[in-house]
Design a protein around this ligand. Sequence first.
Ligand code: KG4
Ligand code: ZN
Length: 352
Amino acid sequence: MSARTSTPHHELTLAIETSCDETAVAIVRGTSKQELLANLVYSQADIHAEFGGVIPEVASRNHLRKLPLLVRQALRQTGISEDEIDLVAATYGPGLVGPLLVGLSYAKGFAYGADAAFIGVNHLEGHLFAHRLAYPEVSPPFMGLIVSGGHTLLVRVDAYGRYTTVGTTVDDAAGEALDKVGKKLGIPYPAGAELDRRAQIGNRAAVDFPRPMARVGFDFSFSGLKTSVMTYLRKEPHFGLDDIAASFVASVVDVLAGKAVEATRRHHLKDLVVVGGVAASVTLRARLEEESARRGIRVWVPPLAFCTDNAAMIAAAAVFRYYELGQSHDLSLAPEPNLAFDNPSNNTADPS
Ligand code: KG4
Ligand code: ZN
């Protein structure tokens, strides 16, 4: 715990997120109730679009260039000085090792210099905490669907910090499938948002793509669907882009919404929380609303800015771990590119 003498509820947390291609910095004040004072995101998407996907080395260099500027900007705009920060948090996995190393090293240096406490955050737990930022009134138990560029996870949340994986992808993540198919369709990386925009214009019934594993358990598979779209595109070179987008996105969201709602029901839960970059999809949100209303389940999806990668969610998870569970890390913490969601160190909350 930091030695400084902050008044209760005024503790300041600086959070850093650099696991992929967004450089993000946030400052929050408070412990059990938090006030978001700064939330800055610099997306490198345009830089990587040129290469058709994220180039780790290029991402690392741009984090290195941009991160100190964003931290300075966050401090300046909030009028907070470095030594007022009580807790410094950074994502330590899962993600790309180089980008993780940049954020983690910077955070450690900052914590050391400011004599603040330090904690590493699991990026996936961060995504889940986006929901707590947006809807603090919804508390566990609930079912969580984390859908991002790298992960598709259904998790039962019995308490914050107590997670059980109910389903995961056996091949591609949902966002990854969207980005890969988008690339084939000539849409720049990352293609999810543009495919979703086109899906709202096109005819979802134009092509009847498969709903992979729709009726088989709670695991997901998107690789076969991706191949079906590629095969279709080869056979029908004069396809209508909006119709293909609508039919493909319909298949992805039908599977995601169908399984998530069914898992919630099967686990006798009333609330379903959906987070991660793909949760920004208007089509997915609409499908979830339909499916959940039919099954008497409440669905919660945070505002767009909290769905895609950001540091406010990292701050929220850090504040929980540090102030509610009393956890922190020492400065030897290393990046863990393959950090799992429900690994023992992430599953440490007292069941009571
Ligand atoms: O959570 P996120 O920002 O980064 C990771 O942790 O991966 O998720 C990025 C993914 C990308 O695959 C991107 O195409 C997708 O989220 N995405 C969307 C939308 N916005 C971002 N997918 C569908 N509709 C959107 N509006
Ligand atoms: Zn993410």
